[in-house]
Design a protein around this ligand. Structure first.
Ligand SMILES: [Zn+2]
Length: 265
């Protein structure tokens, strides 16, 4: 049985079960996490399914999901620019490099790491990006420093979010900023769709199911000097005006599908 990664308590209540997976809530600190974790090494080989080429990544892509990711990445950059207009940017869990591709076109000196060789090869071959199969610990050993570090849907994959965030702190320059985005366990989407929302409820890969409150706690325990919830509510091009309006409203109450935080070293 896995203890709570944040407070080490073993006292918990089952929130939901899916196939063999048990998602529990810690009675000590309220963190919702996966109690029985699959063997790490096996699962990421098939994580990325890449069935497109670099030209398919655009706002009018023939693949709706790629057009959506393109739109989201443009909006991410617009927010990021409010904090830092340029600098050395590390994307942790960069996958096939879609975010880095967009960032590289907008004045940032980009670098990415991931666990999947398949995804990294795509990022290198198609987008000519500088990406490597390395861990945060590897980068610390190399004395690397960054002005901006992004974790788009990555923190929920870690076995121990606090210890990984502490490494992020070491990798940030003095005035560096880190952006964290995770699926929101308290979102209307999660409440309505539960098992059907693969982006949020994904126990094979997700080890923690954050709410605004538990994410803030996790960040604070990692020693960052300042934390700010960023109210990014992504406007999705294929959705109606009313849908996007309702989405923005839900974001005000931290009930939108994603949670975003900016944290400073
Ligand atoms: Zn706990």
């Amino acid at each position: 049985m896995r203890a709570c990664p944040n407070c080490r308590s073993e006292d918990c209540k089952i929130k939901l079960t899916e196939e063999d997976f048990k998602i529990v809530k810690c009675s000590g600190c309220g963190l919702v996490y996966l109690q029985n974790v699959p063997e790490e090494s096996e699962i990421y080989e098939d994580y990325y399914e890449i069935k497109f080429s670099k030209d398919d990544y655009s706002i009018d892509s023939k693949y709706d999901y790629l057009a959506e990711i393109y739109a989201i990445n443009q909006q991410r950059l617009r927010f990021l620019k409010k904090f830092r207009k340029e600098g050395k940017l590390l994307d942790v869990g960069c996958g096939s490099g879609l975010f880095l591709k967009t960032a590289s076109e907008q004045n940032y000196d980009v670098y990415g790491i991931d666990v999947s060789n398949k995804a990294l090869s795509f990022a290198r071959d198609e987008f000519k990006l500088n990406v490597q199969q390395k861990s945060l610990g590897d980068l610390i050993k190399e004395n690397r420093k960054f002005d901006i570090i992004t974790l788009w849907h990555v923190l929920e994959h870690f076995m121990n979010p606090v210890s990984e965030l502490k490494k992020i702190r070491v990798l940030l320059n003095e005035n560096g900023v880190c952006f964290i985005e995770v699926p929101n366990y308290n979102s209307i989407k999660f409440k309505l769709l539960r098992k059907k929302w693969k982006g949020g409820n994904h126990p094979l890969y997700h080890r923690t199911f954050f709410t605004g409150k538990t994410l803030r706690k996790t960040i604070q325990e990692s020693g960052f000097s300042a934390t700010k919830r960023i109210r990014i509510s992504y406007k999705l091009p294929q959705k109606s005006f009313m849908f996007n309006k309702a989405k923005t409203m839900s974001n005000l109450f931290a009930m939108d599908a994603f949670l975003d935080y900016a944290v400073w070293r």
